[in-house]
Ligand binder design. Structure first.
Ligand code: NOJ
Length: 554
């Protein structure tokens, strides 16, 4: 594999082994099943897989409660199966990223068991304790409405321990040098087994100061450099993709001024404002967030996503904006979660409207960054609101119209497969969609192929073109003397638009449509005028002078 900045233009696909494909028929997805599906992923055009946590775990938070960092949960297979899988991925040119969940462990981790039992244990100081209940114990919960406190009394230790998330996820004392050394060891272990990096969970909390006396945690950003350096000493092209839902003015602290910290971060700002734009047809706040997140080191990259395995967090929107998104995409209380988000999958949020789903994906594939697809979205899979909290959007992959969607031969799948109705596996599955040219699956495959042919998006500089119509988003990317212009109409109605590509020397006279034969030639005043249908999108390559010449010769 080529070892340059591969992540700048990767196509990342995230999945949970447990709900992807069950090979041994016990109802739980496993590495052997995933191995069999690598050709499907390769065919789709995926270049990197992000695996959600699969290490040994009591699975009370879908694996985000790790009980042994150096093992595969037996339900998913063995370390041997894992290596077979990374090998199979490598053979197909697909990289593997895995979750690194080190802000906290499970309360069933041996370190925590030792720590609570024996104040003299070396592990006592790996966690955060307090003899008295700290006054701010009812603050800073990540799951409001479900989580009651951030400090819980432990009857064995006879002290309170700190947990930013659920009470079964005690926080590690990440300021402790021994804990930091262990984090490096964990990275080193998985790197050795063939992964190309990590999606680091809850980064602001990992680097934040913790303790009973800490009123406002302060971020110890230099820890990020330590992680990054170690990783690259071991494997030059390995990366960290940080989960950090932070404000744009701290982005550079996470990337590092010289790009010496995180290579990638998820762009939560753009994610939330993108949903607002989809809900309101007003792209202005989205444009603002694109501009606010523009500064980044040349080697850094954003991870762009629509929906992930968590709720769609709308906490960064104004109250009014959030309400607009709730009204449009999650009006029932049952669809909302943690007082700030929507727990549904993308397709049902957009009422299964293919035009809107394509629009959303076209945006995700062409906004500045690297796209991160969630498994099943390539089929337009739905959700099951009967399942609690975030589980509603974590149902098994729908492969075919065999029982349980072909996910398992067992009668007891780990999670119920969605059946009946428009999103049921009987209609929505990979086998059927493979056979239909116009299916969501084949559309996604084509769009991924084209996205790979437009490296300008990942590498280039971008400029938002001035248009008077707030429903239209027009972006131009420039890289190595090439330019592409991408248009989206967020409104249901067709729009006539006039715009200037903004390139000198006739560079923007002709726009070649990359997805259809519908090209555009500038008028005599140099401006393009065209009609873009409701929820329409256009991907153009600028500067098709050759095309003009060929036409005049013909
Ligand atoms: C963020 C993960 O995305 C989420 O699923 C998890 O519950 C928390 N971190 C705790 O690890």
């Amino acid at each position: 594999m080529i070892n340059d900045l591969w992540y700048k233009n990767a196509i990342i696909y995230c999945l949970h082994v447990g709900t992807y494909m069950d090979a041994n028929g016990d109802g739980v997805g496993d590495f052997q099943g995933l191995l069999r599906r690598l050709d499907y992923l390769h065919g789709l055009g995926v270049t990197a897989i992000w695996l959600m946590p699969f290490q040994t775990s009591p699975n009370r938070d879908d694996g985000y409660d790790v009980a042994d960092y150096y093992n595969v949960d037996p339900r998913y297979g063995t370390l041997g199966d894992f290596v077979e899988f990374t090998h199979g991925a490598r053979q197909r040119g697909i990289r593997v990223l895995i979750d690194l969940v080190v802000n906290h462990t499970s309360n069933e981790h041996a370190w925590f068991k030792e720590a609570r039992k024996d104040p003299q244990s070396k592990y006592r100081d790996w966690y955060i304790w307090s003899k008295k209940k700290p006054p701010n114990a009812n603050k800073g919960m990540v799951f409001p409405g479900v989580q009651k406190t951030t400090w819980t009394y432990d009857s064995v230790a006879k002290e309170y321990y700190f947990h930013r998330f659920y009470d079964f996820q005690p926080d590690l004392n990440t300021s402790n040098p021994l804990v930091q050394a262990e984090i490096l060891k964990i990275m080193g272990f998985w790197i050795q087994l063939g992964v190309s990096g990590f999606r680091m969970d809850a980064v602001p909390f990992v680097i934040g100061t913790k303790g009973a006396k800490v009123k406002t945690p302060h971020e110890q950003y230099d820890m990020l450099r330590t992680f990054r350096e170690f990783l690259q000493w071991r494997e030059g092209d390995a990366i960290i993709l940080a989960e950090a839902n932070v404000l744009p003015d701290t982005d550079m602290h996470y990337f590092g001024d010289d790009g010496e910290r995180m290579q990638m971060m998820f762009n939560f700002q753009v994610n939330q404002h993108l949903f607002y734009a989809l809900a309101s047809s007003d792209t202005r706040p989205l444009i603002k967030s694109l501009r606010a997140t523009k500064p980044r080191p040349a080697t850094a990259q954003w991870g762009l996503f629509l929906r992930n395995h968590d709720e769609l967090d709308l906490g960064r929107l104004t109250d009014k904006e959030r309400q607009v998104v709730f009204d449009a995409f999650g009006p029932d209380k049952d669809m909302q979660l943690y007082d700030r988000g929507i727990r549904r999958r993308l397709a049902p949020m957009l009422a299964g409207d293919r035009r809107r789903i394509e629009l959303a994906y076209s945006l995700m594939f062409t906004l500045p960054g690297t796209p991160v697809i969630r498994y099943g979205d390539e089929l337009g899979m739905g959700d099951d609101l009967k399942l609690p909290e975030r589980n509603c959007a974590r149902t098994p992959m729908q492969w075919s119209n065999e029982p349980h969607g072909g996910f398992t031969k067992s009668d007891k799948p780990i999670m119920p497969v969605i059946s009946h109705g428009p999103y049921g596996y009987e209609h929505t599955n990979a086998a059927i969609q493979r056979r239909h040219d116009e299916s969501m699956l084949n559309w996604t495959e084509r769009v991924i192929r084209m996205r790979k042919e437009v490296p300008e998006i990942g590498w280039g500089d971008f400029e938002i073109l001035r248009l008077r119509d707030p429903a239209i988003l027009a972006i131009r990317y420039d890289w190595r003397n090439n330019s592409v212009v991408i248009l989206h109409n967020l409104d249901a109605n067709a729009r006539e638009i006039t715009f200037d590509v903004g390139l000198e020397n006739e560079g923007g006279r002709v726009l070649i449509n990359l997805l259809s034969e519908d090209h555009s030639e500038a008028q005599s005043n140099g401006k393009h005028k065209l009609v873009i249908e409701g929820y329409g999108y256009r991907w153009y390559r600028a500067g098709g002078l050759d095309y003009l010449l060929r036409r005049s010769e013909a």
